[in-house]
Design a binder for this molecule. Structure first.
Ligand SMILES: Cc1ncc(COP(=O)(O)O)c(C=O)c1O
Length: 405
């Protein structure tokens, strides 16, 4: 798919004829909901991310939000429990804890990666005995310091649920981001590195968690619709063994996912290539700071987001960041801001009596960041237009909305 000639969108899915044909085949097959195509996607996804020889369960779901909800439920999070996560994330990461009646403790990010800061996490875990789960978020596709987070959580018996919504595929030395904790959850939302429009995938090596999430994913049934359809036993009979949810991924979307998965490495490599071009073009420009790249090599970052930062911590930082967004917009370039931290959101601010200064690093990151277009297929011309617009802004005097002091 191509962007219209003038406007460069912030994100664009990479959908081709193969995806169209795969979806058509399902539409013509007579089976639209969750069935053998979703099963195949699960098997292929597990094979992609599993450490060699390890058994990994993969469960396709209709969103990462659903997956995070199922994951917290499976590890037993409920009323009276505490869940710790970063404020520098999308609301789903935290809202699912509230769905289960648990309360939240936010832990600020570190400046090396803008992920959950292990030293601050240690202070929280030492003071809070009721923490049942920690949700590290691999922001933008850059993996958290999972060694440090696991070293804090394992001895305390705290479940680690990775929010890997941005992080497919991020291949670290220890394994893929999303496979390092107890349960990992990926998003296949329209802007993600691999998409089914809406959708997601849960992975876990724990068979009991997988069984629980399979039951809760579809109404608390004792067997899934596809099993009933293909079973030799009476097809109409099922038992409801729990008050479950409706979180399954239909075959129409799974078909899209199978094609995207087959090219996931190529799609990620294209994102890496664009991030390299941006880094080369922007390094040394006045008033700008490059996004962290991590130390794990190029395959260890999914580059779902390229969040450039306007440097400085003075009160004018946010105004300069907004000036950059305006300059991009005037040049016909879409951009976005990731994330408005949760402690600025009225719901979380009120419930936990938080002020903007409660999490200064998440706040500073938000106020200085602008996410640039980074999508496979954007092409040389679009990339050069983004580079030119940012460079022109950097050379513009501050008095005229630019960066140059
Ligand atoms: C960090 C993070 N976690 C979870 C989600 C939820 O993903 P989904 O839209 O698939 O429910 C998002 C959505 O963008 C996200 O950014």
């Amino acid at each position: 798919m191509k962007a219209s000639s003038d406007f460069i969108p912030f994100a664009l899915p990479h959908i081709g004829v193969e995806e169209e044909e795969a979806v058509l085949a399902v539409l013509r097959s007579g089976w639209l909901t969750t069935g053998k195509v979703a099963r195949a996607l699960e098997a292929e996804f597990a094979a992609f991310v599993a450490p060699s020889g390890a058994e990994l369960h993969a469960l396709a779901v209709n969103s990462a939000t659903s997956g995070l909800h199922l994951a917290l439920e499976a590890v037993g999070v409920g009323a009276g429990d505490l869940v710790v996560t970063s404020p520098y994330t999308f609301t789903s990461t935290a809202a699912v804890a509230r769905h289960l009646g648990a309360e939240l403790r936010f832990c600020d990010v570190g400046t090396a990666d803008y992920n959950l800061d292990p030293s601050q996490l240690e202070r929280i875990l030492s003071a809070e005995p009721k923490v049942k789960a920690v949700i590290p978020v691999h922001i933008g596709g850059l993996p958290c310091d999972m060694d440090a987070i696991l070293a804090l959580c394992r001895p305390r018996g705290i479940a680690v649920i990775e929010d890997a919504a941005h992080a497919f595929p991020s291949r670290t030395k220890a394994g893929f981001a999303g496979t390092l904790g107890d349960i990992g959850v990926y998003s296949f939302y329209a802007t993600k590195t691999m998409t089914t429009g809406e959708g997601g995938m849960i992975v876990t090596a724990n068979a009991a968690y997988a069984k629980r999430m399979t039951t809760m994913r579809l109404h608390g049934f004792d067997r899934e619709a596809w099993d009933r359809y293909t079973s030799k036993k009476a097809a109409w009979y099922y038992e409801v063994v729990e008050a479950g949810y409706k979180y399954n991924l239909p075959d129409i979307l799974a078909a899209l996912g199978r094609v995207q998965l087959a090219k996931a490495d190529r799609l990620r490599d294209e994102r890496v290539a664009i991030s390299d071009r941006y880094n080369t073009a922007f390094s040394g420009l006045p008033g700008l700071a490059l996004p962290p790249r991590g130390t794990g090599g190029s395959a260890a970052h999914a580059w779902h987001l390229y969040a450039l930062r306007v440097s400085g911590s003075d009160p004018g930082t946010r105004g300069r960041r907004d000036g950059l967004i305006e300059a991009l917009s005037a040049a016909g370039i879409g951009s976005s801001v990731h994330f408005i931290p949760l402690h600025l959101m009225p719901y979380y601010a009120k419930r936990y009596s938080l002020s903007p200064s409660s999490f200064p690093l998440a706040l500073a990151k938000f106020e200085s960041s602008v996410s640039l277009p980074i999508w496979p297929g954007m092409g040389e011309t679009a990339m050069m237009r983004v580079i030119d617009a940012v460079s022109t802004w950097a050379a513009t005097p501050r008095s005229q909305g630019g960066a140059d002091a």
